[in-house]
Design a protein around this ligand. Structure first.
Ligand code: ADP
Ligand code: MG
Length: 232
């Protein structure tokens, strides 16, 4: 097999310090291969979002190693991390995180604005991303005036705008009814299967986890060993 896209070793994360210190991750090892879909499952408070935030370079570990394409990310400065994240990753969150007062198009093109892409190209690529999600006709709407499912489509369009290698989704269907949630799932798996985008999904939803190539279970800040591995 090819070397992993993301290699995690001995990952620990402590929030706070002194008497209020809380160790949310206690030594996680994980390999993620390009093109796979991986579910991160576990109870609320187990450390799933913390793990995803570290994998996505949204936060730094207390100790441990995350290599992306063989590059040790702890050796990158903040500007390099931001650039890597903006270029390689797309994000879909339960809470959508859209700017309610600006247009759908402006929301979708935000990563391009951050990257300094000129306005004309932003618009072109933004409309292309929206049309992939059949949301082109909503480009000039205020993000506020959309249903939950439409908001998540806008968020997925934004996640796609830089042609990411990985989409990180944290409870992407958590705020959607089951029919709308199923459509959003279909979109994410279509992007994974047809476009080869690696999908890392944090979820409580067993059905969603079962659709992924593989699941890891997080409990009290550790990835539980697989039952099969113990039997082997
Ligand atoms: P999950 O996504 O599995 O519900 P999280 O990764 O969000 O869990 O949180 C894991 C643990 O770390 C929880 O006990 C949570 O309260 C704690 N935690 C998360 N973020 C912070 C933070 N910024 N400061 C302090 N504690 C945090
Ligand atoms: Mg969480």
């Amino acid at each position: 097999m090819n070397s992993p896209l993301i290699t995690v070793r001995g990952l620990r994360k402590t929030y706070g310090s002194g008497s209020t210190a809380f160790e949310a991750l206690k030594g996680v090892d994980l390999d993620i291969h390009e093109g796979e879909s991986l579910a991160i499952v576990g109870k609320s408070g187990s450390g799933k979002s913390t793990l995803m935030h570290l994998l996505a370079l949204l936060d730094r570990p207390t100790t441990g190693s995350i290599r992306l394409d063989g590059v040790e990310t702890s050796s990158l400065n903040q500007a390099e991390l931001n650039k890597t994240r903006n270029r390689a990753f797309g994000f879909v969150f339960q809470q959508f995180f859209l700017n309610a007062s600006t247009s759908v198009l402006d929301n979708v093109t935000l990563p391009l604005t951050i990257a300094g892409v000129p306005a004309r190209e932003r618009t072109k690529r933004g409309l292309a991303a929206l049309s992939q999600l059949e949301m082109e006709d909503k480009a000039s709407n205020k993000a506020n005036n959309l249903s939950g499912g439409q908001k998540q489509r806008v968020a997925i369009s934004r996640a796609l705008i830089n042609q990411p290698r990985v989409i990180f989704a944290d409870e992407p269907t958590g705020n959607l009814d089951s029919v709308t949630g199923a459509k959003v799932e279909d979109i994410l798996f279509d992007l994974n299967r047809r476009h080869g985008i690696t999908l890392v999904v944090v979820t409580h939803d067993e059905g969603l986890a079962a659709r992924c190539d593989r699941s890891i279970f997080v409990r009290d800040g550790l990835v539980e060993p697989k039952v099969e591995a113990a039997a082997a």
